[in-house]
Design a protein around this ligand. Structure first.
Ligand code: COI
Length: 359
């Protein structure tokens, strides 16, 4: 598809009222007035890009995405700057990762430049939906679904690429406050060779059972271990995870079952820029427990687009309870949160060129 392809715009006649109290937005509860859609048909490629009123899709009950989960998605945010402008954070990385996911799920690649142009146009049209308030943003959810009406298992020949927008507050009600997490022993998220390194619905469906059991035991989320030896730490909830042990900041290396988070990458770059020793390497649960016993476990936190930085205040390992940094927000987590959200909203300088304005 050519980047010059024209995007048709059909505006709604019934704009919705915007949520009145932005402090009560929560995450993913409201959707804006318009969405972007384009079709893929074998032989024709991606075509008919359009921005239309937000509303239900009409799908054949045999649509393949409903049966076999041939789906990929992304998550990024638009922010309102103090000058009232709309900006995005490293959106090119999301488009590149969408194609990485496409490749793994046998979905035809998109033109990243064109998809970004469409995304920017949609955000521009919905600019007034970007909430103004501490910790708020407009969450952007691009996704692709297989729509062939077919019950056999094979890659689809017909798909839809859709972008929807949701004004959001904090992902966890706790916000930046520390969460309690338990180490998941029974379930695994994914394994090497699987789909853990890409963003596809199945990874999240597979995580629900563990999340549900964690909630019912009073925990916010689980710490995922590797699916083979069950000893290496992989992720926390829907986030990447970092530990600070005796001055070294460690995050599990991307080895095929861990998502290459854009917040993860940005944290590593910021931490190195500040002079911290950062290691992307395998880290075992045992290493974390031993460090805690010796008083060397200084901080632990999750990173992701939705929650940004989520400090871990308590880690339950079987019948043992590790309290980290007195269950308080750590210095590194706080600095990362303030700097990332400051750059993302243009409240502080962006020496890295990460912020992209929507004009
Ligand atoms: C993220 O934080 O990047 C996520 O993917 C969370 C999302 C599943 C809500």
């Amino acid at each position: 598809m050519s980047t010059a392809q024209k995007i048709e715009i059909i505006r709604t006649n019934n704009p919705k009222p915007k949520p009145a109290d932005v402090s009560k937005l929560g995450f993913g509860n409201y959707f804006t007035d318009h969405m972007f859609i384009m079709n893929y048909d074998e032989g024709k490629g991606w075509h008919s890009p359009r921005i239309v009123p937000y509303g239900p899709l009409s799908l054949d009950p045999a649509a393949m995405c409903l049966h076999y989960g041939q789906e990929v998605f992304e998550g990024l945010k638009a922010y309102r700057t103090p000058d009232g402008e709309a900006v995005l954070f490293r959106p090119d990385r999301n488009m590149a990762r969408l194609n990485l996911s496409n490749e793994r799920l046998c979905i035809p690649l998109i033109d990243e430049e064109f998809a970004l142009k469409a995304l920017k146009l949609l955000v521009k049209i919905e600019k007034n939906w970007i909430p103004d308030g501490e910790g708020t943003s407009l969450y952007i959810r691009p996704f692709i679904i297989a729509t062939d009406p077919h019950i056999g298992v094979r890659p689809a020949s017909h798909l839809l690429f859709i972008i929807i927008l949701s004004p959001v507050g904090a992902y966890y009600p706790q916000g930046i406050n520390p969460v309690n997490i338990y180490v998941e022993r029974k379930y695994v998220r994914t394994v090497r060779g699987g789909t853990g390194y890409v963003k596809t619905a199945g990874n999240y469906a597979a995580s629900l059972k563990a999340q549900d059991e964690a909630y019912s035991q009073g925990y916010t989320q689980v710490l995922w271990l590797d699916g083979v030896e069950r000893k290496y730490i992989e992720e926390v909830g829907t986030m990447n995870v970092f530990f600070k042990i005796d001055g070294e900041i460690i995050t599990p290396a991307l080895q095929g079952s861990i998502l290459g988070g854009i917040t993860r990458m940005s944290c590593i770059e910021l931490l190195r820029h500040w002079g911290y020793r950062v290691s992307e390497r395998p880290i075992t649960l045992d290493e974390v427990e031993k460090a805690a016993e010796r008083g060397l476990l200084e901080e632990a936190f999750g990173t992701g687009t939705a929650a940004v930085i989520s400090p871990i205040g308590e880690l339950k390992v079987d019948d043992r309870n590790i309290v980290i940094n007195d269950n308080k927000i750590g210095e590194v987590a706080r600095r990362l949160y303030d700097t990332l959200t400051g750059i993302q909203t243009c409240r502080i300088d962006d020496p890295f060129g990460w912020v992209v304005k929507i004009d």
